[in-house]
Design a protein. Structure first.
Length: 91
């Protein structure tokens, strides 16, 4: 007989408290609550869109060289010319 390996996840205190309240109300452990929530929403377009929006927000706030190059690579030729003109005006 093998036992299932248990792992821990780190949650913000406010999120963990919300999960705990739900678990206590239904007399279930917190893992079951989280598993049920994931099963219910994991494939819904709204959930996927919300995750993508959070990811985009996280990435858009980066200011490193790689992030700047990625942003520049998404610009059109006209946008690049306008940017070059603005940089030329600054010099």
């Amino acid at each position: 007989m093998t036992t299932q390996k248990r792992t821990a996840i780190v949650l913000d205190a406010s999120i963990q408290e919300k999960v705990a309240v739900i678990a206590r109300a239904h007399k279930l452990n917190q893992g079951v609550v989280i598993e049920t929530m994931i099963d219910m929403v994991s494939d819904t377009p709204e959930f996927i869109a919300a995750l993508q929006a959070k990811r985009d927000d996280k990435v858009s706030n980066r200011t490193g060289k790689t992030a700047i190059l990625k942003k520049l690579s998404k610009l059109s030729a006209d946008e690049l010319e306008a940017l070059a003109a603005m940089i030329g005006d600054v010099k």
